[in-house]
Design a protein around this ligand. Structure first.
Ligand SMILES: C[C@@](CO)(OP(=O)(O)O)[C@H](O)COP(=O)(O)OP(=O)(O)OC[C@H]1O[C@@H](n2ccc(N)nc2=O)[C@H](O)[C@@H]1O
Ligand SMILES: Nc1ncnc2c1ncn2[C@@H]1O[C@H](COP(=O)(O)OP(=O)(O)O)[C@@H](O)[C@H]1O
Length: 297
């Protein structure tokens, strides 16, 4: 028997970052929006725990027990007294190490798939608790839609979204390490008074109304200067997307994927085509939001 779960990528429409905490994490006001780019995780009973991955970026995905899908299966098995003797296959479409939470998606997907395979009877809150232990972004991958993440991003409040938004993502060559980007944020803000992170009311209103122009005006990412400092070439990608007609451009989370908000679906297709030939990125993808969270197929 096997179970397949589909899980979306995310873009952070606001990422407000506070000062480093004693545990090394940063308090956030992290407004997540799930976008329609998906990984699929299939779990099948097997003789031992095994991970495989297919897709254009598969070679960059670790197949050992550091893989978030394997860690999710092991965490659920330990909690409910099961044997994690499963084959986890990841059909990967989300860019790897791109600031789109692909690893988190696979963690949430594997958790939901194993839960269904084993019939643990775990509650939604129990699953969300395991997600939070796996990583700050993993709970959002489970719930999808739009949500405000506080704490290190794991405490979620669902947000209303009043319409579809159309995005283009420019995928860069090579990834950026999330801890390295947060460390660069610390270095760049060492002399500054970093305010407590707070969600922007203008942004939440724009989301709730489905107002693309207001959303474009309110997008922000406090990690963008750090990502640009580590990868200065992203400035050219952002400029190329704006010149191609995007209403706004920003780095997706810790990067290096860049996100471009389009006025509508047709414009997104055109911006993706123009960016693709600009020579400032490896490839482009168009996708709409919001998208549902981890879903059993
Ligand atoms: C930046 C964001 C924005 O959504 O995602 P990405 O853009 O990388 O996908 C997240 O904060 C990434 O979340 P996630 O990738 O789950 O991070 P974790 O595994 O929990 O932590 C990895 C490392 O990131 C740093 N980290 C993460 C979250 C946080 N609130 N403060 C941090 O300082 C810490 O150095 C930590 O050791
Ligand atoms: N299932 C997985 N898919 C992708 N990367 C994974 C996975 N499990 C662990 N990783 C590791 O997590 C790192 C971050 O990858 P990813 O989650 O795709 O990016 P980001 O944190 O920027 O959103 C990768 O470099 C990889 O080593």
């Amino acid at each position: 028997m096997s179970v397949t779960v589909r899980v979306p990528a995310k873009v952070n429409v606001q990422l407000a970052v506070g000062a480093a905490r004693p545990d090394g994490f940063h308090d956030l006001a992290n407004v997540f929006l799930a976008v329609g780019l998906y990984d699929e995780v299939t779990v099948t009973e097997a003789d031992e725990l095994r991970v495989t991955c297919s897709g254009p970026d598969a070679a960059q995905v670790p197949l050992d027990r550091t893989n978030l899908a394997a860690r999710a299966a092991l965490a659920l098995a330990e909690r409910y007294g099961r044997d994690a003797r499963v084959h986890l296959h990841i059909a990967k479409d989300i860019p790897v190490a791109g600031g789109m939470a692909g690893g988190s998606a696979d963690g949430a997907g594997a958790l939901l798939a194993c839960d269904a395979l084993w019939g643990t009877g775990a509650s939604r809150d129990e699953l969300l608790g395991i997600c939070a232990e796996l990583g700050s972004d993993v709970p959002f991958s489970l719930v999808g839609g739009a949500a405000l993440g506080t704490g290190r991003g794991e405490r979620l409040r669902p947000l209303e979204v009043g319409g579809a938004f159309h995005w283009v993502f420019a995928v860069a060559d090579g990834g950026l390490s999330t801890p390295a980007v947060y460390a660069e944020f610390d270095r760049l803000t060492a002399q500054a008074d970093v305010p407590e992170p707070a969600a922007s009311e203008d942004l939440l209103t724009a989301l709730a109304k489905g107002d693309v122009h207001a959303l474009a005006a309110a997008l922000s990412n406090d990690l963008q200067p750090a990502a640009l400092s580590l990868r200065p070439s992203l400035a050219a990608t952002l400029a190329a997307g704006r010149a191609a007609g995007a209403l706004a451009a920003l780095v997706s989370g810790s990067g290096p994927t860049t996100a471009f908000l389009a006025p509508d679906a047709a414009a997104a297709t055109e911006i993706a085509r123009t960016l693709q030939t600009s020579g400032t990125c490896r490839t482009t993808r168009a996708a709409a939001s919001p998208a549902p969270g981890a879903t059993l197929l």
